[in-house]
Design a protein around this ligand. Structure first.
Ligand code: ZN
Length: 321
C-alpha cells in the first residue's frame, strides 16, 4: 500500500515555514527511539561504506542526511499512522520464526486485517516502501528527494535493528522492567558509543525483495530480546541500575547492531542507485549530476528541519518507539 510511503519527507515550499515552526515546538519533546545519537551514527557511518561516486555525493550532503535521521520520530506528532512504521511486535504472531505472519503486506492484511497489522507494526514493509521511493527519486533525478528519503530510510533500518522494536514487551512492561527501552537504545549509546568506532563493511548490491530482507533483520532483533531483558535484570540491584554492568553484557550487541544497520543502509542506498541505472554517473562526484547542479534553482536541497532541542534523551520521559 503506497499510501504509507507518501511520507512528509519533502514539503511544498509554501508549507515550510509552518513545518519549521511546528518542529521548533517538537524540539522540546524528550526521549526518542535509538536516540538521536544512534540514528545520526547510522546515517553518518553508512556514508563511509559507500563506493564512488555515491560516497562523494553523500559526503557533500552529509549534514543533511544526518540531520534528517530522526525526522520520522518527530512526525509521529503530526501523523497518527507514523508510530506503527517504527516497529513490528512480531512475537504477537506466535513463536520464532513467526511464520504465521506472511512476508508480504497484502497477504498479512488479508489474513489479519489492516487494523491488526498496523497495530502490531510495519517496519520491514516500510523499509521496502521507502526503498522503492528512493529508487524512484534516483530515476527522476530529484536529488533533494534522494537525500531526504535516504535519511528517512536510515531511520527505519536503524529501528529494525533494535531488539525491543520486535516485541510486545517493548519497554519491559510485561516483566516489570519499565525503562529498559531507554536504557538499552539511548543510554548505552549516549554513554559508551562513539561514531568513529562504528565501521560498516563496504556496501554491496542486494537483490530480491527488500522487505523480505528487512524481515530477516527484524528476526535477528527478536532473537536478542531475551538477552537484553536478562542483562537489564542483572544490572539492577537494590534499586540502583549499574550501567557499567549492563554495558559489559550489552555494549557489544549495541555496537554490532549499529554497524550492521549502517552497512545494510549503505547497501540499500547503493542498490537503489544501481536499480535506477546509476543516474548522474560520475557527475555525482562533482555534485552536478547530468549537468543539473544540486544547488541549482528549482532543485535545491530542502532542509525543513530547525536546530534540534537539547532535551531529547534525558532518560526521564516515557520511552516510545
Ligand atoms: Zn523510530
Amino acid at each position: 500500500m503506497r499510501l504509507l510511503s507518501r511520507s512528509l519527507a519533502i514539503f511544498p515550499r509554501a508549507s515550510l515555514t509552518l513545518v519549521a515552526a511546528a518542529l521548533c515546538l517538537l524540539a522540546a519533546i524528550p526521549a526518542f527511539p535509538w536516540g538521536f545519537t544512534a540514528h545520526d551514527i547510522i546515517n553518518g557511518q553508512a556514508i563511509t561504506a559507500l563506493p564512488e561516486p555515491l560516497r562523494t555525493f553523500y559526503t557533500r550532503h552529509r549534514e543533511l542526511v544526518v540531520r534528517h535521521s530522526a525526522d520520522p520520530d518527530l512526525f509521529r506528532e503530526f501523523d497518527p499512522d507514523e508510530g506503527a512504521r517504527h516497529y513490528l511486535d512480531i512475537d504477537h504472531y506466535g513463536k520464532y520464526p513467526f511464520e504465521a505472519l506472511p512476508l508480504d503486506y497484502e497477504q498479512a492484511v488479508a489474513q489479519f486485517g489492516k487494523e491488526e497489522v498496523a497495530r502490531y507494526g510495519l517496519v520491514p514493509w516500510v523499509i521496502g516502501w521507502k526503498y522503492d521511493e528512493l529508487v524512484q527519486a534516483f530515476r527522476n533525478r530529484k536529488w533533494d528527494r534522494v537525500l531526504v528519503t535516504s535519511a528517512w530510510l536510515g531511520h527505519y533500518v536503524g529501528d529494525c535493528h533494535v531488539p525491543l522494536h520486535s516485541t510486545e514487551n517493548y519497554d519491559g512492561q510485561q516483566t516489570n522492567q519499565r525503562g529498559v527501552h531507554q536504557r538499552w537504545e539511548v543510554e548505552l549509546v549516549n554513554r559508551f558509543v562513539k561514531a568513529e568506532e562504528i565501521h560498516p563493511k563496504p556496501a554491496v548490491r542486494i537483490k530480491g525483495k527488500v522487505h523480505h530482507r528487512a524481515r530477516r533483520w527484524l528476526l535477528e532483533s527478536a532473537q536478542l530480546v531475551e538477552g537484553v531483558l536478562k542483562a537489564d535484570r542483572e544490572a539492577l540491584k537494590d534499586g540502583q541500575f549499574d550501567y557499567q554492568k549492563f554495558a559489559a553484557s550489552q555494549l557489544g550487541t549495541v555496537k554490532r547492531r549499529l554497524t550492521q544497520a549502517a552497512h545494510r543502509l549503505a547497501c540499500l542506498w547503493y542498490s537503489a542507485w544501481r536499480e535506477a541505472e546509476r543516474p548522474g554517473g560520475s557527475g555525482l562526484q562533482t555534485g552536478r549530476p547530468d549537468g543539473v547542479g544540486i544547488e541549482a534553482g528549482g532543485n535545491e536541497v530542502v532542509d525543513p528541519r530547525p536546530v534540534r532541542g537539547a532535551g531529547h534523551s534525558d532518560g526521564r520521559a516515557e520511552p516510545r518507539r
